[in-house]
Design a binder for this molecule. Structure first.
Ligand code: CA
Length: 225
C-alpha cells in the first residue's frame, strides 16, 4: 500500500518509515501541510497519516482539502494533544480515525488494517477501464468524452462487470450480485439488462465490451483507449 505521511517531526517520520517499510508499504512524506495536501491529491496514495499541528497549513485544513478532492481516501489523524476537542473536531471534519502520540507501532498497524478493510469496497471513487470511466460517488459514467446516462440497475451491472474484467460471470452470479435475491433461474432479466447496457456503452460498429459466453453468461472485456 502506498501511504502518505504528513508530519513535521523527523523522528516520528523515520520511526514510521522504518516500521511501515518493514511491512511492505511504500511511503511518501511531507513535512508541511501545503505539500501534504498536494501529495494527497495524487491518486496512487491509498492512505494518509496526518499530523494535526503542522507548519504552513494545519492538519484540519489539510483534511478539508483532502476531503474536497478525494472524499473516500482513508485518513488517520495523528495528534500529540490528548484532548477530546481536537479528536472530535478531526472526526467531524471527516478523519476516519485518530491516534494519540506517542503510540505503539502495533497499534498503528492495527488501525491501518482496519481502515483499509473498511475502504476495500470503494477503494477509489473511480473505476477506469480503457476509455470507460465510472465515478461511484456521483454515479456518472463516461465513454471517452461522452457522458452516458444509466439507470441504477444498469449502473450496478456495469460496476460489477468492471470489477471483474476478463472473468466469465454466469447469469446466476450476476443475478445474485445485482438483484440480490433468488431470482427465477429461468428469468432473462440479466440478458435484458446486458442488452440495455451494450446499447449505451458500446460504440457503433465496434465489438461489445460485454462478450457473450455461450451457455454460461458474460465476460467484460475492457475497451481499448
Ligand atoms: Ca507536528
Amino acid at each position: 500500500m502506498r501511504i502518505l505521511i504528513v508530519e513535521d517531526e523527523a523522528a516520528i517520520v523515520r520511526f514510521l518509515e522504518r516500521g511501515l517499510a518493514a511491512h511492505g508499504h511504500q511511503l511518501v512524506s511531507a513535512d508541511n501541510g501545503e505539500e501534504g495536501a498536494r501529495l494527497a491529491a495524487d491518486e496512487s496514495v491509498e492512505l494518509v497519516l496526518l499530523d494535526i499541528s503542522l507548519p504552513q497549513l494545519d492538519g484540519h485544513r489539510v483534511l478539508e482539502r483532502i476531503r474536497a478532492e478525494r472524499p473516500t481516501l482513508p485518513v488517520l489523524m495523528l495528534t500529540a494533544r490528548d484532548d477530546v476537542k481536537n479528536k472530535v473536531s478531526a472526526l467531524n471534519a471527516g478523519a476516519d480515525d485518530y491516534l494519540t502520540k506517542p503510540f505503539a507501532f502495533e497499534e498503528l498497524l492495527a488501525r491501518l488494517h482496519a481502515l483499509t478493510r473498511r475502504s476495500d469496497q470503494p477503494q477509489s471513487s473511480r473505476i477506469e477501464s480503457g476509455d470507460l470511466r465510472v465515478d461511484l460517488l456521483s454515479r456518472q459514467v463516461w465513454r471517452a468524452d461522452k457522458k452516458i446516462e444509466l439507470s441504477s440497475r444498469e449502473f450496478a451491472l456495469l460496476e460489477y462487470f468492471m470489477r471483474h474484467p476478463g472473468q466469465v460471470l454466469s447469469r446466476q452470479q450476476i443475478l445474485s450480485a445485482i438483484w440480490d435475491y433468488a431470482f427465477d433461474p429461468g428469468s432473462n432479466v440479466v440478458d435484458v439488462y446486458v442488452r440495455y447496457l451494450r446499447r449505451k456503452i458500446d460504440l457503433p460498429g465496434e465489438q461489445s465490451c460485454i462478450a457473450t459466453v455461450r451457455g454460461v453468461g458474460y465476460r467484460f472485456e475492457p475497451p481499448a483507449g
